[in-house]
Design a protein around this ligand. Structure first.
Ligand SMILES: [Zn+2]
Length: 511
């Protein structure tokens, strides 16, 4: 339903965005063709998945979903690629990952090899430079100014042909999710913003952009053809243009990633230097600004379980990417009485709560789960009269009988402030394909950040443990899914237990 409205609205909006008097205006035939292409692309990218039932598509076609689990070779650009990469099958006590996946062959990952950031003389804030540390506040940073009024005037150069549609889709995405407005340059827009600065989008040698706003004159975004042809690449470069740095160059990155300098050409090393950044939101491995599978594996994660997050998600802008833009450009300043969003949701540019996936309601107070299972689990403050903390056990429906097909059960586990949550899988048996090592049914564990998808587990598990991260210590979300490949016979399900520990005892889930 939303998609239908969106698809109707977009060509109209874009018509309004394109200035017909510009020297780069489209011919009407070309424009019509462009809109058709945009519609097809939107079908693929499914921007509104978060607002809709996330399982809508999956519910539709269990057979098609099961084929993604069963097929030896999966298209590297398959929309379910990140889901598959998140799976871990435990067989005879050994954790194994799916076979036959080639994320490095994906179009979007390959584009990473073409990423460059255009440096300017003013940007002398690199790692190790003395005298700058004091200015460190908290991937926006103090040295890359905002575009006034959050408006970015743009001109599409005549050299850009095939990638126009991706740029314009990204314009629309910013419009829908943030308060940033990309507007075709015109005398009216110049008067509105009060300067003569604009972004020139063109087809040149790399996927690249300078960072931030630097006054009058042109600001370049390069989207080379072919090579940089996806909405994700356009969004990445446009985020640079509005002031966003790479996630792996954040000042706090060393807690999350390790840079393999030995794998980086000398001439590209500046793309990996640590920067002075605000870090207003948690470090997000799933950010569209994080390098990963491509670019020679130069960025290694400290928590290897989370590698799947580096694969470009279909959401393009992650939950925290959006929040970063909202914060940097004060997108909620106009909200008179902002909502108090719960469960780590945040107020968006429309003054409503954006909830982590799995929550809904005006203030994200409701957990999305089947009615006969799941819910909130509160770990209590320790009772001093007890020798040992009580822990809370959660079992799948009908445990230890078969868990049943076609179910989504979600639990949100909460701890008091000052603690982290520890989950132990006492016993888990969930259906999988032993040849491809992929899960038909699974338990998703969001231990790192509620706004990120979690790792998925199936097979036969005894004793595996997960801890919440220091960035979101008091909330863990676990979701049982027997719906994706719903017609597969279910196994007996699981028994988990949760307890709280003092923060600081455990550093990481990874060895
Ligand atoms: Zn970049």
């Amino acid at each position: 339903m939303w998609r239908a409205i969106l698809l109707t609205a977009i060509p109209l909006l874009l018509l309004g965005l394109i200035n017909p008097s510009s020297e780069n205006a489209y011919l009407s035939g070309e424009r019509r063709e462009l809109f058709k292409e945009i519609e097809r692309e939107l079908e693929r990218y499914d921007f509104f998945k978060r607002e809709n039932n996330e399982y809508e598509k999956k519910e539709d076609d269990n057979d098609e979903n099961a084929s993604v689990i069963d097929d030896e070779d999966v298209d590297p650009d398959d929309p379910d690629m990140q889901l598959l990469l998140s799976m871990g099958v435990v067989e005879n006590g050994v954790l194994k990952h799916p076979e036959g996946l080639h994320p490095e062959e994906s179009k979007r990952v390959k584009a990473e090899g073409l990423y460059r950031t255009i440096e300017t003389e003013e940007e002398k804030d690199k790692e190790g430079e003395p005298g700058r540390e004091k200015r460190k506040k908290r991937n926006f940073g103090p040295n890359w100014p905002n575009w006034p009024k959050g408006i970015v005037p743009f001109v599409i150069d005549s050299s850009l042909v095939a990638n126009r549609k991706y740029f314009l889709q990204a314009v629309e995405l910013f419009h829908n999710l943030t308060c940033i407005r990309w507007k075709p340059r015109s005398p009216e827009v110049e008067a509105e913003v009060g300067h003569k600065g604009y972004t020139l989008v063109r087809n040149r040698t790399s996927c690249s952009s300078g960072v931030g706003f630097s006054g009058d004159g042109e600001h370049i975004i390069n989207l080379m053809e072919p090579g940089c042809g996806s909405v994700g690449v356009a969004v990445h470069e446009m985020l640079h243009r509005i002031g966003q740095r790479h996630e792996h160059t954040r000042s706090d990155r060393d807690r999350y990633v390790q840079i393999r300098w030995d794998r980086i050409d000398q001439k590209n090393q500046y793309n990996y230097h640590r920067r002075l950044t605000y870090n207003r939101n948690p470090y997000d491995i799933g950010s569209i600004m994080q390098y990963g599978y491509g670019a020679g594996h130069a960025v290694e994660l400290r928590d290897k379980n989370l590698l799947f997050l580096v694969f470009p998600s279909n959401q393009l802008l992650s939950f925290y990417d959006i929040k970063d833009v909202l914060d940097q450009y004060d997108c909620t300043a106009h909200c008179k009485t902002p909502q108090r969003c719960q469960n780590e949701g945040y107020v968006n540019a429309e003054c409503k709560c954006t909830c982590p996936m799995g929550f809904t309601g005006t203030t994200c107070e409701t957990i999305i789960t089947d009615p006969d299972c799941g819910g909130f689990v509160q770990l209590q403050e320790t009772d001093p009269s007890l020798k040992r903390d009580k822990y809370i056990t959660v079992t799948s429906p009908n445990y230890p009988g078969p868990v049943g097909q076609g179910k989504i059960c979600r639990w949100a586990i909460k701890a008091p402030a000052g603690y982290i949550i520890k989950m132990t899988i006492d016993d888990l048996h969930m259906a999988y394909n032993p040849d491809t090592l992929r899960c038909y049914h699974w338990l998703e564990i969001q231990y790192n950040l509620p706004g990120q998808p979690g790792v998925r587990r199936c097979g036969d598990i005894v004793g595996e443990k997960f801890f919440t991260s220091v960035d979101s210590p008091t909330l863990m979300i676990v979701t049982m899914d027997t719906k994706f490949a719903g017609h597969k016979a279910s196994h007996k399900g699981f028994k988990l237990h949760f307890e709280k520990e003092r923060e600081g005892i455990h550093c990481s889930n990874a060895p």
